[in-house]
Ligand binder design. Structure first.
Ligand code: UT7
Length: 335
C-alpha cells in the first residue's frame, strides 16, 4: 500500500463518431423545432453512432488518443465509465483494454450515468493510491442514442454519443495535474427520475410482461433539472473549499454538459463569469459520462484550457449521482 500517492493527469483524448445530426434533422421526425431545442437546451447539433458502432468502439478511439497524448502506450489498469456497455455481461473495459493492446491489466466498468467520469476518477485514483497500478487509462464513453427512444422528443433532442479519456499516473499531490479533493454523492431515493426500467434483474425476475418502452431511457426532465442545479452547485462549492480555493480562484469551470440553462444556473449561483465557463454542448449535446473528458479534451486542443489554469469540474446524473473535483491543469499534448 502506497498511501499518499496522488493521481496526476498525464494525457487526454476524445472521439465523436462522424455522423452529424442537426436540429433540423430531428424536426423531420419529431414534433419539435430548432428554436425550441436551442432555447431550452442550447444544443444545435450532435454526433451519433452509425448502425453497428458500440460504446467500446468509441472508447478505443478516445483511449488510443489519450495514450498517445501521454507519450506512453502502456498503462497498469483500465477503467471505463459508461451507461451503455457493449453488452450487459461481461464489462466492456476488458475488451477495450485488449483492443488497445494493453494485455491482461485490471479492467472494469463504472456505472454512475452522467457522473461516471468523476466516479471513474475516484476509482482510478484509488487504484493508484493502493499500489494496484502506477498508471490508469480512464475512459468515459457512451453511445447514449442506443438507449434513447427515438420517438421521445424530451430525451431524443438532448442525448448524443462520444468518448473522452485521460491517462492518470502516480505522482505527488503538490504537482501540477494532480487530482484535488473529490466530492461524490448519491441519492437512491430519487432513482426513479432517470431509469431504463427493463433489462435488469428486477424486471427479468418478475413475471409481468415487459412494455417495450421500458427498454428505453426515461427521464423526469423538470425534477432532474432542479436537482442537477442544486447538486452541482453544492458539490462544486465543497470541492473548491476542500482544495483551499475561493470561487474567484477558478480559471475554468467544466460542468457536465447536460443543458446550457443548467450550466448557466450553476455558474451564476457560484458567481463564475461567462468567460471562465467551458462549454461545447451546442456542438456535441449531452454525451452522458463522456461529457466532461470530451469537454476537457476539446478545450485543451483549442487552447481555451491551458497549463496552470485552476479547473473546477462537476457532474450530475442518474442514481441520482453527482460529484466535483479540482485540478491545476497540466501541460498536455493533444493528438
Ligand atoms: O444528463 C444528466 C441528467 N439530465 C439532465 O440534467 C437534463 C435535465 N432536464 C432538462 O434538461 C430539461 O428538463 C429538458 C430539456 C428535458 C426539458 O426542458 P424544460 O424546459 O424542463 O421543459 P419541460 O419538460 O418543462 O416542458 C415544457 C414544454 C412542455 O409542453 P407543455 O406541457 O408546456 O405544453 C413539453 O411537452 O415543452 C414541451 N417539450 C417540447 N417541445 C418541443 C418537451 N420537449 C420538447 C421538444 N420540443 N423536444
Amino acid at each position: 500500500m502506497s498511501a499518499g500517492r496522488a493521481a496526476v493527469v498525464a494525457g487526454i483524448g476524445s472521439y465523436v463518431p462522424p455522423n452529424l445530426v442537426t436540429n433540423d434533422d430531428l424536426t423531420a421526425r419529431l414534433d419539435t423545432s430548432d428554436a425550441w431545442i436551442r432555447s431550452r437546451t442550447g444544443i444545435a447539433e450532435r454526433y451519433v453512432v452509425s448502425p453497428g458502432t458500440s460504446t467500446g468502439d468509441l472508447a478505443v478511439e478516445a483511449g488510443l488518443r489519450a495514450l498517445k497524448s501521454a507519450g506512453d502506450e502502456r498503462v497498469g489498469a483500465v477503467v471505463l465509465a459508461t451507461t451503455t456497455p457493449d453488452q450487459p455481461c461481461p464489462g466492456t473495459a476488458p475488451q477495450v483494454a485488449a483492443r488497445l493492446g494493453l494485455g491482461q491489466v485490471p479492467a472494469f466498468d463504472v456505472a454512475a450515468v452522467c457522473s461516471g467520469f468523476l466516479y471513474g476518477l475516484a476509482s482510478a485514483a484509488g487504484l493508484i493510491a493502493a499500489g494496484v497500478a502506477d498508471s490508469v487509462l480512464l475512459i468515459a464513453a457512451d453511445a447514449f442514442t442506443t438507449i434513447v427512444n427515438p420517438g421521445d422528443r424530451t430525451t431524443a433532442v438532448i442525448f448524443a454519443d462520444g468518448a473522452g479519456a485521460v491517462v492518470l499516473r502516480a505522482g505527488s499531490a503538490a504537482e501540477r495535474g494532480a487530482i484535488g479533493p473529490l466530492v461524490l454523492g448519491s441519492d437512491g431515493e430519487l432513482s426513479h427520475l432517470i431509469t431504463v426500467p427493463a433489462g435488469g434483474s428486477r424486471q427479468r425476475s418478475s413475471d409481468r410482461p415487459v412494455d417495450p418502452e421500458d427498454h428505453y431511457f426515461q427521464m423526469l426532465g423538470r425534477d432532474t433539472y432542479r436537482h442537477a442545479v442544486e447538486r452541482m452547485t453544492a458539490a462544486s462549492a465543497e470541492a473548491a473549499e476542500r482544495a483551499g480555493w475561493s470561487l474567484d480562484d477558478v480559471d475554468r469551470f467544466a460542468a457536465h454538459q447536460a443543458n446550457a440553462r443548467i450550466l448557466d444556473a450553476v455558474s451564476d449561483r457560484l458567481g463564475i463569469p461567462e468567460e471562465r465557463r467551458l462549454s461545447n454542448i451546442a456542438r456535441v449535446g449531452n454525451t452522458g459520462a463522456a461529457s466532461l473528458p470530451l469537454l476537457l479534451a476539446e478545450a485543451t486542443a483549442d487552447g481555451t484550457l491551458r497549463a496552470g489554469h485552476r479547473v473546477l469540474l462537476t457532474a450530475f446524473g442518474g442514481g441520482l449521482s453527482w460529484g466535483a473535483a479540482t485540478v491545476d491543469w497540466p501541460e498536455l499534448q493533444t493528438i
